[in-house]
Write a protein that binds this ligand. Structure first.
Ligand SMILES: [Mn+2]
Length: 309
């Protein structure tokens, strides 16, 4: 295999661009995510502007601020995208016209791949050509077929469904990669978003590629290496490209603060329990407090449970 062959496609997912600072990060996260976007631009430029596909969740929230939208419009490279759950108001396509991703598409900065209402998109500039199909989050169609083309075409399907290589991170969540490949037999490559852990796997001549998250936004991702992928049509190979990360940009202070808060509540509850003779006035006060604050039954039960324990 020749090493310096040019890739045909850049594959990414789960960018989760956001306005706010992730609670676990100590750096200027706004600046960090901008630097990653600039890096993605450079990567694309290094390969003569080959197409980029994204398997959903460009934005962390469905309605990003005008400031974040402006950043995305100015700096994001053009991408072929499907809507992920985070891109969609209430996680459905019903209000797609209200979401930030639709602004990006309307501005011509991204192209939606939605096979529920359009034919495969053929990337003509590539030889062999690539056909793109995609389904928005929450929509399934296992009889989906790529459009017939003359000649050699690699057919790619973009999905935003949780799948995994060996076992799920959470019990009962998602499905294994091979069941996805079996469910969509008409495609040579299935690219999935949603699972933030990166993996890729070949089954026969077919690939599943799950790029994973683009930046680290949670404490349990501290040691994680965000990646994008390159696909080479001429020899049907995939290459993982790790995105460089910063050291010492994480804090777990919020975890200890949370523990502190819980400990304080525990202490308070203990002190209530240890009060042997709760005066009538205390109980009366509590009754008044409950009446005044319209607490739900569960909370009321808990409060009386603590007092009478
Ligand atoms: Mn996601």
């Amino acid at each position: 295999m020749k090493k310096n062959n040019k890739p045909s496609l850049i594959i990414t997912s789960d960018l989760h661009l956001r306005d706010d600072q992730p609670i676990c990060r100590t750096d200027n996260f706004w600046e960090t995510q901008l630097q990653k976007i600039i890096w993605l631009n450079q990567l694309q430029n290094n390969y003569d502007s080959i197409p980029i596909v994204c398997a959903g969740d460009i934005f962390h929230k469905a309605k990003p601020s005008p400031k974040l939208l402006a950043l995305a419009i100015e700096y994001l490279p053009h991408m072929y995208v499907i809507p992920g759950n985070h891109d969609l108001p209430n996680h459905t396509m019903n209000s797609f016209h209200e979401c930030g991703l639709n602004v990006l598409i309307t501005a011509g900065k991204s192209t939606i791949v939605n096979s529920t209402n359009q034919n495969s998109i053929i990337l003509q500039s590539l030889r062999p050509t690539i056909s793109l199909d995609g389904l928005p989050y929450g929509i399934e169609n296992d009889s989906l077929k790529p459009k017939k083309t003359n000649g050699n075409t690699t057919s790619i399907l973009l999905l935003h469904v949780y799948n995994y290589l060996e076992k799920p991170k959470w019990i009962d969540k998602g499905t294994s990669y091979n069941s996805i490949l079996k469910k969509y037999p008409n495609f040579g490559i299935v690219i999935t978003g949603d699972n933030h852990d990166s993996f890729y796997k070949k089954m026969g001549e077919r690939w599943i590629i799950n790029p994973g998250c683009f930046t680290r936004q949670r404490l349990d991702e501290k040691e994680y290496e965000p990646s994008v992928y390159l696909y080479y049509t001429h020899n049907n190979t995939v290459e993982r490209v790790k995105i460089s990360t910063e050291k010492d940009t994480f804090t777990d202070i919020h975890v200890s603060e949370y523990k502190d808060k819980n400990e304080r509540i525990d202490l308070f509850v203990e002190s209530l329990k240890q009060t042997k003779d709760i005066s009538l006035s205390f109980e009366d006060n509590l009754k008044r407090f409950i009446a005044k604050n319209k607490l739900n039954e569960k909370t009321i039960d808990k409060l009386w449970g603590i007092v009478h324990e």
